[in-house]
Design a protein around this ligand. Structure first.
Ligand code: NAP
Length: 245
């Protein structure tokens, strides 16, 4: 049983461990965006496939039996490519952590809309990822915004760039919001526990939150929310194949 695991998330690394532990051959694919990625167990390949046809070609050439798309909820392009590339070729499962529930926030449909809302405040704290910062540049050009990213990037003069990688603690997030006198937190609905403390910190300090909704997922792809469920699905696929043989 050979699995191509589209990764770049903690859930993908957990799934790789579970599958390798169960004797499944796993190749995790990473986009190559960060310079020192946390590496999963099993085989790893790095870099884009070259669109839908490239991904389909890689699936066929690699002799993969199934594909699991465990990429980030906001990595919409690769998820769409996976749905198209696997259709009629191999079974595809989407592993996606649930979004954040019960958060008091202004929910918006895009980063551009989040930028417009944030412009009404003085010192926005942007935790939207490096690639999405571009959408905030014009609207917040005259604001002393604080942006937190994993990899260095250019930001407008007057912004403060913080380089760090989660997980974060509630104490650390409280101190950070306080120290920089943040008056609005802008985030995207990534879900998960590793970066959630900022939401709790904002709630405690009375800092409003703007949350960008997730992109629409491709239709017709089976989806689970935990690495354990994804591992069960793969093992069921393996069992079904063994019965067929
Ligand atoms: P994206 O916009 O959906 O994908 C853009 C292109 O990057 C894809 O068309 C594909 O290139 C390549 N790509 C993306 N994920 C890949 C993977 N796992 N393996 C091989 N190629 C991949 O993705 P993104 O938002 O830039 O995110 C890139 C990666 O970072 C994802 O794997 C995701 O899990 C991880 N990540 C993203 C975020 C986020 O907020 N977006 C946060 C944390 C981690 P080709 O068309 O050439 O195949």
């Amino acid at each position: 049983m050979k699995v191509l695991l589209l990764g770049g998330t903690g859930e993908a690394r957990t799934l790789a461990s579970l599958l390798v532990g169960a004797g499944v051959e796993v190749t995790t694919s990473l986009a190559g965006r960060v310079s020192r990625p946390a590496l999963p167990v099993g085989e790893v390949r790095i870099g884009g496939f070259g669109g839908v046809l490239g991904l389909r070609g890689a699936v066929l050439a690699g002799g993969y039996d199934v594909v699991v798309d465990a990429t980030h909820p906001f990595a919409a392009t690769i998820s769409s490519h996976a749905a198209q590339a696997c259709a009629g070729v191999v079974p595809l499962l989407r592993l996606q952590r649930p979004g954040w529930e019960g958060v008091k926030a202004t929910r918006v449909g895009s980063h551009a809309e989040a930028a417009r809302v944030a412009a009404a405040y003085r010192r926005p704290f942007l935790t939207v990822g490096r690639q999405s910062l571009y959408d905030f540049r014009a609207a917040l050009a005259d604001h002393p915004a604080v942006a937190r990213v994993v990899e260095p990037t250019d930001v407008p003069d007057g912004w403060l760039l913080l380089l760090s990688r989660g997980p974060y603690t509630l104490e650390g997030e409280l101190a950070l919001l306080h120290e920089h006198e943040v008056d609005v937190l802008v985030s995207k609905d990534s879900g998960g526990d590793l970066t959630r403390p900022k939401l709790e910190a904002a709630a405690r300090l009375g800092v409003p939150v703007v949350l960008v909704d997730r992109p629409t997922p491709p239709v017709g792809v089976s989806t689970v929310t935990t690495p354990e469920s994804a591992a069960s699905w793969v093992l069921e696929q393996r069992g079904a194949r063994e019965v067929q043989r």
